[in-house]
Design a protein around this ligand. Sequence first.
Ligand SMILES: Cc1ncc(COP(=O)(O)O)c(C=O)c1O
Length: 469
Amino acid sequence: MNRSLIDFLPEHAALDPVSFHMPGHKGSKLYKELGYGHILDNLMDCDITEIPGADNLFQTEDVILSIMQKYQKLYGSKRSYILINGSSVGLIAAILSSTKRGDKVIMARNSHKSIFNAMRLGGLEPVYLFPEILEEHGILGGIAPDEVERLLQENPEASCVVLPSPNYYGICSDIRAISEVCHKRNKVLIVDQAHGAHLKFMDGDHPEAAEDGGADVVINSTHKTLASWTQTAVMNVMTDRVDLNIIEDNLQILESSSPSYPLMLSLDVNAEILLDQEKKELAFGEWKKAVDMFYAKSHEIPGLKVMMDPMLDHTKINIDMSAYGLSGNELEDLLMEKGIFVELVTGNIIMCMTGIGTRREHINRLLEALKDIAASRNLVASSEGPDHSPMLTMRLERAAVPESKISLNLDDCEGRVAAGSIIPYPPGIPIACPGEIITKDLIDYVKGLRQMGEKVIGVSQMGEILVGE
Ligand SMILES: Cc1ncc(COP(=O)(O)O)c(C=O)c1O
């Protein structure tokens, strides 16, 4: 029998782990530090339903409306919606609200799976924007405004443009320039800011929040970097280009009719922290000191490469120790042995995700661990460059999306048309989508990931995928 979650979670907590992964609060300390400890003591009693006085997520007029109004004020939106099924549901609702069946949508090929799912649900035709590749680091960069312009010229009938900013590694796109390009043609720009809910509230030098850059709809996973709990998010509607009644109708179709009150409560706490100058300065000040300390001290570790880029949201720390002959996966394992858990590995890069609950003690643990690893190994002759993940460059041919599907073993799928998505997780970006033609390279790559123990959604335990009949 497999281990139970009832055993696993306390065992994990007993390790005194350091979280460089979602969620952003990094544990109960943050709420206690900011005066919300009592909420945690009575959490189970907060798990109620729509009794009188508790309002209704889909017909807000009281306590839930007040949370939405707080976010409206915080982000300067025309209307903000709190979401209890993550940014995923907000992205799908925003796309379905900006399109009609059969429409073309210009979307980043490195989008999260929820956006591909919106294409399937809405019967939409994706036109792919390919991001730049940051050769020096072997990762995907931002989306160039010129590329959006070119695709809009070629597809003037497209109804909206959807892209992530920041992307998973923290690289932002120039949303101000992309908004101008979209609005010149009166197209809706939807920004997946799942990784950048905090950008609006940061001081100092950092990429601009999409809300300030002119996007029409911006979806933020407040759980990823701020203080609300996993599955919570906020959708900000900034302009009149999308009808609020249509958005509300789509949200009530897509979300549970029993939204969790503890989750909504955490969204209220998060909003209060951001609105209270003293609490906000305390939390953001400590977070910034911690992140700054990492960048200031990282040069003490010889051979450690730390990603720097003018479009990088520096709260995402991307590091590379290939100078010691370590791949990203090997480095992740060594850190895990020291109780440090990271968010993502791509090639030689590991991404350490900080959040509002990150403190200098967490960064010290990371720096100490990296120093120990460096001290226990020798620098190796420099390699030819970053180890590129095939996800960066693989472009599959496309055919019609199959009408009927069958399951086939991966080994028998070369040349077949995918009928489902194949999604390495994280980062949750499909490597093959319905209608794309499966190649030998793709099969080998997916098999390699599975052999390394990586999770690949869309491939069954027996190694089968869905293809056209
Ligand atoms: C780029 C991106 N967009 C959207 C999402 C979905 O966000 P959520 O987990 O809040 O549904 C994710 C999740 O990891 C993501 O990485």
